[in-house]
Write a protein that binds this ligand. Structure first.
Ligand SMILES: Nc1ncnc2c1ncn2[C@@H]1O[C@H](COP(=O)(O)OP(=O)(O)OP(=O)(O)O)[C@@H](O)[C@H]1O
Length: 248
């Protein structure tokens, strides 16, 4: 079953000059359960808008969204979904552990359970030693791991990621890709991942949805049938990436 099904979704934004901006046109997309699906496209083609629609943050003007087979308007289990943004959005006055605990506090989870789950999740991302450290004392890669831990601590089954690693340097980004693949498998998660980096899409995803701009529409949905782990520099990955770039 598809964790996410977007059916014939269209979206317009009203611009400040009163003009209507057609951002998404008849988008069909499926993210099958326990797989990674990437959405790629040029800047401004509507990738984040589409992800925000899936997250329930923006209403589509036309079309339907289904989550775990249930129409979004009837879907109750929004806590099974988390969102990882482009910026890590860590609270500077909170330690790594306190940042990770944030979602659990909001969900009313008691102190003892919170402590246990935060410790487990920090261990999962390799940051047990840094629980009491503040964000400004962490490297970019470590901050990214804290943000990932904060997304994972509620044990989501669906993780939405909007270019979360685009600001990291290439080596750290590759490490985060390996972490995402390891954790996605361990936690049996479905991931919907937005990126404009086609190599990142090929390394991570089993399906890639290519959007064309103005208005954003699906140009093609491609299956990436390469074994994991995938080496970014390998001939197979490079060939898929080249072909995707041509499609863009
Ligand atoms: N709330 C809004 N009101 C008006 N226009 C908006 C709004 N949000 C986004 N847009 C416009 O919609 C278009 C798509 O934006 P969106 O952020 O979804 O694209 P994107 O593909 O994610 O871009 P990028 O890769 O640069 O992040 C852009 O032209 C943007 O200016």
């Amino acid at each position: 079953m598809a964790s996410v099904k977007v059916q014939c979704v269209s979206k317009w934004f009203e611009r400040r000059d009163g003009e209507s901006l057609h951002v998404l046109q008849n988008i069909d997309l499926e993210a099958p359960e326990k797989t990674i699906t990437a959405i790629v496209g040029a800047s401004g083609c509507g990738k984040s808008t589409l992800l925000n629609i899936v997250a329930g943050l923006i209403e589509p003007d036309r079309g339907c969204l289904f989550l775990n087979g249930v129409k979004a308007s009837e879907f109750k289990d929004w806590r099974s979904m988390t969102y990882m943004f482009q910026e890590d959005r860590l609270l500077p006055w909170r330690t790594a552990a306190q940042n990770v605990a944030f979602g659990l506090e909001a969900a009313g989870v008691g102190r003892a359970e919170r402590k246990e789950r935060v410790a487990e999740t920090l261990e999962l991302v390799g940051l047990s030693q840094f629980a009491d450290v503040f964000p400004h004392e962490l490297s970019g890669g470590m901050r990214s791991r804290v943000a990932l831990a904060r997304s994972l601590v509620t044990r989501p089954t669906l993780l939405l990621m909007d270019e979360p690693f685009s600001k990291l340097d290439p080596t750290i980004r590759e490490q985060m890709h390996a972490e995402v693949l390891r954790i996605a498998e361990l936690m049996s998660m479905t991931i919907l991942f937005v990126t404009h980096d086609v190599e990142e899409a090929v390394v991570l995803a089993s399906r890639v949805v290519v959007l064309n701009p103005r208005p954003g529409r699906v140009r093609e949905t491609r299956t990436i049938d390469l074994p994991y782990p995938r080496d970014r520099t390998s001939a197979e990955v490079q060939q898929e990436a080249r072909s995707l770039r041509e499609s863009l």
